[in-house]
Design a binder for this molecule. Structure first.
Ligand code: IPM
Ligand code: MN
Length: 353
């Protein structure tokens, strides 16, 4: 296969983890005889500084022409602390999601056996946790009508039936391929938008009699996720709830630096870590590249290249078992490895496999 990849390294630790993702992609393509080419493009704070737009037209064009986007992270504290800033790096990410029609964000929450003790939850509780959070990504409060003056502000949590239907179908299909258990997460006891979600979900559930569907309020789901994470198989929820629940989910694994994601929809799919740009760590060679590298595995899975993805996952597992780990997950007294060293070890493993 020929892969044309748009690479958007972005801000903070983005460029460092991006480089490792690209190296892994190249190594796997060489091994399996795929052709690959990369087009780099600006986004986030970087793009604001250079061209005044966090998702420039040129970047959009490069994304549209690619088979997949390998995205890293955006965000810079100089914007976070300035509520008057007219443009923000995060707007670049939102523009990319909207313009590429990326309505389905797939965020797997998994544990690694050798890292169970890193979770703030008891190891016996998180052991075996393995679920997908399917987050609606182009609707809800993120994109609904907004207003702000000095005395009043609002965001609108607007969802239309077609938007709800298409994301629910994605979720039911994933459930069908997994353990056939779908949890629809909403706040239907309070929010009208949630009541429509629930109504539509109940209708679509009729078409999937082989999937056990349950409905859970988001507050209860947040609790259940840490009380009994193994309860979940596939969960589906709206944009804002999904944002919050997936950060919570990352704690189950023990480090935010471990979780990848895929965003799919109407145009080019995007593969990215769920974590942010960690500006304090930029340039220090300490960021964990695994979430980015596992995003490359998800990229191959998207194109049904299961062997390629499997090799990446084996290489990641092997690096953890060999204690070739970045500082936040390293065993006490273990050797120091940085972003580059972990990436190089994994690339080497792939080349020799
Ligand atoms: C995420 C991030 C983004 C979001 C931010 C950076 C806009 O937190 O991908 O989860 O809120 O969606
Ligand atoms: Mn988030």
């Amino acid at each position: 296969m020929d892969f044309k990849i748009a690479v958007l390294p972005g801000d903070g630790i983005g460029p460092e983890i991006s480089a490792q993702g690209v190296n892994v992609m190249t190594a796997v393509c060489e091994k399996f005889g795929h052709k690959v080419s990369y087009d780099y493009a600006l986004c986030g704070a970087h793009a604001i500084d250079q061209v005044g737009d966090p998702f420039p037209e040129e970047t959009f064009r490069i994304c549209q022409q690619a088979d997949a986007v390998l995205f890293s992270a955006v965000g810079d504290p100089k914007f976070d602390n300035d509520p008057t800033a007219k443009v923000r790096p995060e707007q670049g990410l939102l523009a990319m999601r909207k313009k590429l029609g990326l309505f389905a964000n797939i965020r797997p929450v998994q544990t690694f056996k050798c890292l169970l003790h890193k979770s703030p939850l008891r190891a016996e509780l998180v052991e075996g946790a393995d679920f997908l959070c399917i987050r609606e990504l182009t609707g809800g409060m993120y994109f609904g009508e907004k207003y702000q003056d000095d005395d009043k502000a609002y965001d609108t949590n607007l969802y239309t039936r077609p938007e709800i239907e298409r994301i629910l179908k994605v979720a039911f299909e994933y459930a069908r391929k997994r353990r056939r258990h779908l949890t629809v997460v909403d706040k239907a006891n309070v929010l009208a938008s949630s009541r429509l979600w629930r109504k539509v979900a109940q209708e679509i559930a009729q078409l999937y009699p082989d999937v056990i569907t349950d409905y859970m309020f988001v507050d209860n789901a947040a609790m259940r996720m840490i009380q009994e994470p193994t309860f979940f198989d596939v969960m589906v929820t709206e944009n804002t709830f999904g944002d919050i629940l997936t950060d919570e989910g990352s704690c189950i694994s023990g480090s935010m630096g471990l979780l990848p994601s895929a965003s799919t929809g109407e145009s080019t799919p995007v593969f990215e870590p769920i974590h942010g740009s960690w500006p304090q760590a930029a340039g220090l060679n300490i960021a964990n590249p695994l979430a980015q590298i596992l995003s490359v595995a998800m990229l191959f899975e998207h194109f049904d290249c299961q062997e390629e993805a499997g090799l990446i996952r084996r290489a990641v597992d092997a690096s953890l078992d060999a204690c070739v780990r970045t500082p936040e997950i390293q065993v006490e007294g273990g050797a120091r490895y940085g972003t580059k060293e972990v990436g190089a070890w994994i690339t080497d493993y792939i080349r020799k496999a």
